[in-house]
Design a protein around this ligand. Structure first.
Ligand SMILES: Nc1nc2c(ncn2[C@@H]2O[C@H](COP(=O)(O)OP(=O)(O)OP(=O)(O)O)[C@@H](O)[C@H]2O)c(=O)[nH]1
Ligand SMILES: [Mg+2]
Length: 322
């Protein structure tokens, strides 16, 4: 596959099932340039409103194992699935990603499953802003569902909520995970809350604690379903797939494909603005950020003007092109 293949040709190959062409499209989109050599435009006529399910939760809760188990259920139902696993950039998590790859090998021989790891970009961690465009690529290449896995650590939950149509939050039994989930705001983005590792003795207790915590918060938002699974044996996985299917059907009936896509586009812009300004403030010498801060403090310009100036500077430096 040549780097110079015309976008329409490349896309036609991906639509015909050429996985290498699709991989190349995703790599190009990941670069984050404005039109990605015509690729963004080429995708547009082929979009039909793919659905995105986000999976997040504390490290080691069993997200990848559960996603893998769900893949089997949805493949049996005839769905074509794209999996985006966000590669946490910290060295500590490097091993976990390797683990993801190993656990997902079952899917590698199946033409109806495409697994892609994305590096987390930018200064806030979490999803690459280009993930919204990559979702378009999966849509054009006739996948039915995107399963998006990220580790839930603050910013990532916000990302998942912006990009996914529904959010599945996965915790493992034990007070630690449950409390972490409540504190970190994971519950806020959960349409479904899963207590995985149901084979552990304390699973039921954790589910009850979460249920109690949720009922205390009634009125704040709609309460998520709480389900229990054992990803390693498949117990509860079909029920989770059914619950997710139902929620997704409701969401798809309430929103148009254009609205859902717009929401993802909004994420690209918002995320880039925040990370560009943050990058500027983190002290790149080119940005003049110190002078701008002093200018705000001494009343020479408003904070808003300083922020706009920082954005303009980051544009010329090109450091925020992802
Ligand atoms: N006992 C038990 N172990 C499980 C279950 N599900 C997953 N595990 C194990 O928990 C460990 C972590 O599973 P992963 O699927 O990698 O968890 P993860 O949430 O994707 O982890 P990160 O991506 O690193 O955050 C692995 O050793 C799994 O085999 C389960 O239902 N029961
Ligand atoms: Mg994982």
């Amino acid at each position: 596959m040549s780097r110079n293949t015309a976008p329409d040709t490349l896309l036609a190959e991906a639509i015909a099932g050429d996985r290498r062409a699709l991989a190349q499209i995703i790599t190009t989109l990941e670069d984050g340039r404005s039109d990605c050599g015509g690729l963004v435009e080429a995708l547009r006529p082929h979009l039909s409103g793919i659905a995105v399910i986000g999976f997040t939760g504390p490290p080691g809760a069993g997200k990848s194992t559960l996603v893998n188990a769900l893949i089997k259920v949805w493949r049996d139902a005839g769905k074509r699935l794209a999996v985006i696993a966000v590669d946490p950039s910290s060295p500590v998590s490097g091993g976990a990603l390797l683990g993801d790859r190993i656990r997902m090998t079952a899917a590698l021989d199946d033409d109806g499953v495409f697994v892609r790891s994305l590096a987390s970009h930018g200064h806030l961690g979490g999803l690459s802003p280009s993930s919204a465009r990559i979702i378009d690529a999966f849509d054009a290449a006739n996948y039915d569902l995107v399963l998006l896995e990220t580790v839930g650590t603050g910013q990532n939950e916000v990302d998942i909520a912006a990009v996914a149509d529904i959010g599945v939050v996965i915790v493992a039994p034990g007070l630690g995970d449950g409390i972490q989930a409540m504190k970190s705001g994971l519950l806020e983005i959960a349409d479904v809350l899963v207590v995985n590792k149901g084979d552990r003795a304390d699973a039921r207790e954790t589910a009850q604690q979460l249920q109690a915590a949720i009922s205390l918060r009634e009125g704040i938002g709609r309460a998520p379903n709480i389900l229990q699974t054992t990803a390693t044996t498949g117990l509860g996985v079909e029920a989770l797939a059914a619950a997710t299917d139902e929620l997704l059907a409701t969401k798809l009936a309430q929103t148009t494909a254009a609205e859902r896509r717009h929401q993802r586009g909004r994420y690209i812009v918002e995320r880039l603005a925040v990370s560009a300004i943050q990058a500027a403030l983190e002290g790149d010498a080119d940005y003049r950020s110190d002078q701008l801060i002093e200018a705000v403090l001494s009343g020479k310009c408003s904070a808003k003007e300083a922020a706009i100036e920082l954005l303009a500077q980051s544009e010329t430096s090109g450091s925020a092109s992802h």
